[in-house]
Design a protein. Structure first.
Length: 183
């Protein structure tokens, strides 16, 4: 099985690139809002334990299948130990199944991400982003408080690629990923 992590900042294009990668590889897509949105709907507020527990169930059950693999997206702060630990948590679910891991880091400047924050596809798939003013402010605040882009040489994973997708359509980025990792 293959597990492709698409990491990056808010509105960098993780889900959209994942959608395009799914179309050309046969990998299934599990973008992070698949669990965020139902938890927000049920609880009426952020509940990290419920989000993480529901993800764990989906990851565990998927890992047991004979599927080709999965793409999963994570907003990833490189300066937060918790994010590195969470990545390991996911990997540990898949390791017993001889999974091959691939890492894609997407980067784009805030100006572009604020434009992407209001795209039709994003708003269709992420109800919590439909309050544009709040969503934009959260993006700006997160940028001020965390580092969502790796330093050169910081990520030493095998099967890793960093892509500045500022001026690239998601279809092209997906092809780049597919070709880089022979998916």
């Amino acid at each position: 099985m293959k597990l492709v992590f698409i990491l990056g900042n808010a509105a960098v294009g993780k889900m959209t690139v994942g959608q395009e990668l799914m179309k050309i590889t046969g990998l299934r897509l599990f973008h992070n809002h698949i669990t965020i949105e139902p938890v927000l709907e049920v609880f009426g507020e952020w509940n990290l334990d419920a989000i993480l527990d529901s993800r764990d169930v989906l990851f565990r059950e998927f890992a047991k299948t004979d599927k080709y693999g999965m793409i999963t997206t994570l907003m990833f702060a490189f300066d937060e130990k918790e994010d590195w630990d969470y990545l390991e948590r996911i990997k540990n679910i898949f390791k017993p199944y001889n999974t091959e891991f691939y890492y894609v880091e997407l980067v784009a400047p805030q100006k572009i991400r604020l434009q992407r924050n209001v795209t039709e596809n994003r708003l269709k798939n992420k109800a919590s982003k439909r309050d544009i003013e709040t969503s934009n402010q959260r993006l700006i605040n997160d940028d001020a408080n965390h580092r969502f882009e790796s330093y050169d040489g910081e990520v030493d994973f095998d099967n890793y690629i960093k892509i500045d997708n500022s001026d690239l359509p998601p279809e092209k980025v997906a092809v780049m990923i597919k070709e880089k990792f022979n998916l």
